[in-house]
Design a protein around this ligand. Structure first.
Ligand code: C2E
Ligand code: MG
Ligand code: MG
Length: 860
């Protein structure tokens, strides 16, 4: 190794150069052609940490190593032979004798001294964590968002960029000489990860770890640490570079969000989603013990998830009433505002609960309300801590994310419940629908069976609901249905199930109810339903027909019991409505027949099975023909002759009535036109029109078209409406009737006296005649009351200047009585049974002896 004297043997003329190098504050190494040091100044001695005799002769590469990066491309190519002066300043590290590292920039120059070329290296040091010596590299490093640390072989920080200060708040002075672990580890930092991060590797290697570290202010954050070990050629570790990137966002929010959203997508139940949120919070923020409490409609708290809290603590808080001084959660639920209690031991909000929390080591609790869109507090999210502390930025961000996720989960649950509600409950009345009734009844039936008890199933169908709906409009109909639901539910009794099956059909299941109790319930229900109610200023008295089946005698499954009850309900309808009937096996046959009949009727309307009969209406005094009432007949190949009393209500129920009435009207007019062409004198025909057709606003036009199609004058036609229509104080019905009247077509009130028509309304309707119902006429001889009523009806007709036609006149006595009371027209077997068209011609052509004129004395 060349010695110091040899270096000093440089000739005197160079003394000046030597002296000036010696004075330089930067380290100077002078190299020979082999890049070995032949001279170094005092600054270089200090930089390397050894006296110059130890350095002279060393290869420069063992002293100064170029760092990859800025300025080093030119350097890496090596100084060119003609390069004079200073090249750009490449960054270098100085491997000191004691193994520690120093950093600096290097300037090189070549100087010719005689034949020799001296290669001079000027190293400007950037000592330790100070960056003054690295202007360019430092500027770049400082621009990086990540924290960049350079550690020496002892893993002590010798350099840190500004990113570290930005990320963690430490000043360079606080960092210098510390290991990254000393600087960054905190209460919940995983020691194993820190250990790996701190362990030097003998060879060049890169490792990546994720760690929870703490900023200067104590707030935790997640970092990804990339450690680059720079091994020395001899295998010894000489330094490392640690790059820290803040992954708090990714680690916490993104991951947390992704996991929680995934759970929601997988339709996990709410408590499971809340559990996951709490667990995730505790994973990313180990200082936190998280819990979620549901706040019910009565503002009571119920634990949904609290994976880090002992069960007895949750049990003690179960059902807690929210209030203004009820710990963190109860108070947050009460005010709908976050409540931060940083010291449970002293905060008065915890006065009543402290003894629960403190023994468990719970020292602080922050609670945040989770609110619905309408401001209701649905739940509270609590962060408990084992130390007294106030919120920090990281945990606040975590709270923000979790509250949003909880809100989403709760909203999702509410939406799911709404869907379930829609699926199981009737939206109009709020009653269970058929499918929920089925589930509920299944349990009830099982329990009843096990107890050996009985129960009853009631099928409730409103009477004339369609008619109310048509005349009051759907809003009115809806109001009625809601009211009926309320009344049924109020009367059903404890443990009963009440459901809306469809339209105006409701079902009740009365547990532990025998026949006697069911009769009492049926009467109670009918009485409650009958109470009048006002809908849009119209007072209506609803009624219902109820069919009842009993478990277990009638059946053991709800579906079948409902079917039986429905049969019984039809029986109740047929028996006059507003009453209840118990199921009997015969009803089943009747119902099957009814179904068959309904489908047969559809075919009859298309086919040739319907035909018309005509029944003469005569002047009671002399038997002259006044008009013909058209009565439809159905001759079915299998059912035989079906009475209109049977199939007209069926046609009304099944929506076929409009078609039927139009068909009868058409056929009647065609027949009358034919008779008139034949010269047969038929003054008028009376066609029965059912209430549903009267509610059809196109009826006047249909009537007009039919008449004109057959060339008939309006006076040739009379339309019979039933008294039931009079109960409807309906403007559109009145308009239809008025339009028919305006055409000159007359209207007759059929079956008068059987209903409860308002005489006031009758007066307003342009009705031309009344038909005294045959029930009065038939009883005339036997029943004084019938006589009174018949006389009253005749007087009403008189006073309203209406013609009165008595129906069902079967004998002379009736004819005479009616005549004596001033009734002028009649219809009945006494004069003629309903006849087919051919027989009508014959009947008219047959001369009859004039009837005995009746008078008051013929009255019995
Ligand atoms: P309605 O309009 O009151 O018809 C009178 C009913 O009394 C007819 O029964 C008729 O045959 C019957 N009748 C006639 N004279 C006597 C008698 O002296 N004694 C007795 N006991 N009964 C007598 P029908 O034909 O069975 O009709 C029953 C009901 O069916 C009718 O009552 C009417 O409301 C309805 N109807 C009949 N044809 C039609 C139709 O074409 N369209 C509509 N919408 N309803 C009809
Ligand atoms: Mg009639
Ligand atoms: Mg009648």
């Amino acid at each position: 190794m060349p010695d110091r004297d040899k270096a000093l043997s440089i000739a005197d003329p160079h003394q000046l150069f030597r002296n000036s190098l010696e004075q330089a504050t930067d380290a100077v190494f002078v190299l020979n052609a082999d890049n070995r040091v032949i001279f170094l100044n005092a600054a270089a001695e200090a930089l390397y940490g050894a006296c110059r005799t130890q350095v002279v002769g060393m290869h420069i590469d063992t002293l100064v190593q170029r760092l990859p990066g800025i300025g080093n491309a030119a350097h890496a190519a090596g100084p060119g032979p003609d390069s004079e002066g200073l090249s750009p300043l490449p960054a270098v590290q100085i491997q000191r004798r004691d193994g520690t590292l120093r950093f600096g920039y290097v300037a090189e120059s070549r100087t010719r001294l005689g034949d020799a070329t001296l290669h001079t290296l000027l190293v400007k040091e950037s000592a330790g964590a100070s960056r003054e010596g690295h202007p360019l590299l430092s500027v770049i490093a400082d621009e990086i968002d990540s924290a960049v640390l350079v550690v020496d072989a002892d893993w002590r920080i010798v350099y840190a960029n500004a990113g570290l200060t930005r990320m963690l708040g430490f000043t360079p002075g606080e960092m210098a000489g510390k290991t990254p672990a000393e600087l960054l580890a905190g209460e919940f930092t995983d020691p194993a990860v820190m250990h790996r991060l701190q362990t030097p590797r003998p060879t060049a290697a890169t490792e990546r770890h994720e760690a929870l570290v703490y900023a200067r202010c104590g707030s935790p954050l997640w970092v990804s640490a990339t450690v680059r070990h720079l091994g020395r050629a001899d295998g010894a570790q000489h330094h490392g570079i640690v790059i820290l990137s803040d992954i708090t966002q990714k680690k916490t929010y993104e991951l947390l969000q992704r996991k929680v959203l995934h759970a929601m997508v997988m339709e996990q139940p709410l408590p499971a989603v809340m559990e996951l949120i709490c667990q995730e919070v505790q994973r990313v923020a180990p200082a936190v013990i998280a819990s979620v409490l549901r706040v019910d409609a009565d503002r009571r708290l119920h634990t949904l998830a609290a994976p880090g809290l002992p069960p007895h603590y949750c049990a003690a808080l179960e059902g807690l009433n929210a209030g203004p001084m009820t710990g963190s959660c109860g108070t947050a639920a009460w005010f709908g505002e976050p409540v931060v209690v940083s010291d449970i031991a002293t905060d008065p909000l915890w006065d009543g609960y402290r003894d629960l929390a403190l023994p468990l080591g719970l020292a602080a609790c922050w609670s945040y309300p989770i609110k619905a869109g309408d401001g209701r507090v649905l739940a509270t999210l609590a962060f408990y801590y084992r130390t007294v502390r106030r919120p920090d930025a990281f945990h606040l961000q975590l709270v923000e994310v979790c509250v949003a996720l909880c809100k989403l989960a709760f909203e999702r649950e509410e939406a799911a419940e709404r869907i379930l509600q829609l699926d199981r409950y009737d939206s109009l009345t709020g009653l269970p629908n058929r499918s929920l009734l089925q589930r509920q009844a299944a349990t009830l039936l099982l329990a009843t069976q096990q107890a050996g008890a009985t129960l009853s199933v009631l099928f409730v169908d409103l009477d004339r609901f369609k008619h109310i709906n048509d005349s009051l409009g759907h809003a009115g109909g809806d109001k009625l249905l809601r009211e009926v639901a309320v009344r049924l539910a109020a009367q059903a009794g404890d443990g009963a199930l009440v459901a809306r099956l469809s339209g105006d059909e409701f079902a009740l299941v009365l547990p532990n109810s025998d026949r006697t109790q069911t009769i009492a319930a049926g009467e109670r229900l009918l009485a409650a339903l009958r109470q009048p109610l006002r809908i849009d200023h119209v007072s209506i008295a609803p009624s219902a027909s109820i069919g009842i089946s009993m478990f277990p005698v009638d059946g053991d499954a709800l579906d079948y019991l409902l079917h039986c009850a429905e049969m019984a309900m039809y029986d109740a309808k047929a028996a006059g409505r507003n009453l209840f009937r118990f199921f009997s096996i015969e009803m089943n046959w009747a119902a099957q027949e009814r179904l068959a009949l309904e489908s047969a009727l559809r075919e009859a309307l298309i086919g040739e099975e319907l035909h018309l009969n005509f029944q003469p209406q005569v002047f009671l005094r002399d038997g002259r023909l006044y008009g013909l009432e058209v009565l439809v007949r159905w001759q079915h190949p299998h059912f035989g002759t079906v009475s209109p009393a049977r199939f007209v209500p069926l046609a009304e129920d099944s929506g076929l009535i409009g078609t039927l009435d139009r068909w009868v009207l058409e056929q009647s007019c065609a027949q009358l036109a034919a008779w008139r062409r034949e010269g047969l004198s038929v003054p008028t025909i009376s066609v029965n029109i059912s209430p549903a057709s009267f509610r059809d606003p196109t009826l006047p036009a249909q009537v007009a078209q039919t008449l004109s199609r057959h060339g008939l004058p309006a006076e040739a036609l009379m339309l019979e409406m039933t008294e039931g229509l009079l109960m409807e104080d309906d403007a559109s019905l009145a308009a239809t009737v008025a339009a028919i009247h305006a055409q000159g077509v007359r209207l007759s009130m059929d079956d008068f006296g059987t209903g409860y028509s308002s005489l006031g309304y009758l007066r307003q309707l342009p009705v031309h005649q009344l038909k005294l119902d045959k029930s009065f006429v038939i009883d005339l001889e036997s029943d004084a009351a019938a006589r009174e009523l018949a006389s009253a009806v005749i007087r009403i007709g008189d006073s309203l200047k209406l013609a009165v036609v008595a129906e069902g006149v079967e004998n002379e006595a009736q004819r005479c009585f009616l005549l004596s009371q001033g009734c002028r027209m009649g219809q009945g077997y006494l004069f003629s049974r309903p006849l087919d068209a051919a027989a009508v011609a014959q009947w008219i052509a047959t001369p009859r002896p004039p009837a005995e004129p009746g008078d008051r004395h013929s009255q019995r």
